[in-house]
Design a protein around this ligand. Structure first.
Ligand SMILES: O=C(CO)COP(=O)(O)O
Length: 250
């Protein structure tokens, strides 16, 4: 089954609203392909202005995180329905920076993923091992427990709305990209796990993105791997030229 490529830009904690709208417009106007999905993931404040500025463009918008309750006395949180109403179609869940700095656990990833589905958002579940876990030969075990935790209780039909992103922690923001072989191997393992947890059809139709120091020079090699269905880009998504370069290379 053919899976549509996705190139996503995670802007993390960067850009003012004005800068974010300008970058989104530059990306939308430079985009010359319609055979893949392009997703921009700005900070919360910029999400609605970016979505409004892209309303006549095929470029999609997503959130970086969400809380699992729809509303209530939860100061400082943002909910799925709020993101949906602001124009988001996708939302990241369990990015390694949230696991590392904000105490995200497999249980909270699962709560957030379910909240996203309930709100009609497409969650992108991020998984990936640290350098120490890779060196200890624990990569596959870590991926399996992050997948099992984040997808706990999910039914096969719900997986149609879920994207997985493999982001080795040691490759994020370090300039150290996984080799094409390392990416292919991890993606194949993730797909096989999804096949045994759900079924082969679900595994074959689930989009699995690679993230970690993707740039215009290494994108083609990574995206050429049959198991790699797109890229989740951090640093190189903050400039229209480099993000468009990755899209061109895909
Ligand atoms: O974390 C990432 C995307 O979510 C990857 O970031 P970099 O592309 O800056 O390594």
């Amino acid at each position: 089954m053919s899976r549509k490529l996705m190139i996503a830009g995670n802007w993390k904690l960067h850009l003012t609203v004005e800068e974010a709208v300008a970058l989104a417009n530059a990306i939308a106007s430079g985009l010359s392909r319609d055979d893949l999905d392009v997703l921009l993931i700005p900070g919360f404040l910029a999400l609605e202005p970016v979505a409004l500025s892209l309303s006549t463009s095929p470029v999609l918008v997503g959130g970086q995180n969400l809380f699992w309750e729809d509303q209530g006395a939860y100061t400082g949180e943002v909910s799925g329905p709020q993101l949906k109403a602001a124009g988001a179609r996708y939302v990241l869940v369990g990015h390694s920076e949230r696991r590392q700095y904000f105490g995200e656990s497999e249980r909270t990833c699962c709560l957030r993923l379910n909240a996203a589905l309930k709100a009609g958002l497409r969650p992108i579940l991020c998984v990936g091992e640290t350098q120490a876990e890779r060196e200890a030969g624990r990569t596959e075990g870590v991926l399996e427990s992050q997948l099992a935790g984040g997808l706990a209780g999910l039914e096969a039909a719900q997986m149609a709305s879920v994207t997985v992103a493999y982001e080795p922690v040691w490759a994020i923001g370090t300039g150290l990209t996984a080799t094409e072989e390392q990416a292919a191997e991890a993606h194949a393992h993730i797909r096989a796990w999804i096949g045994s947890r759900f079924d082969k059809g679900v595994a074959n139709s689930t989009r699995i993105l690679y993230g970690g120091s993707v740039n215009p020079a290494n994108a083609a090699g990574l995206l050429n791997q049959p198991e790699v269905d797109g890229a989740l880009v951090g640093g190189a998504s903050l400039k229209a030229e480099s993000f468009l370069g990755i899209i061109q290379a895909a």
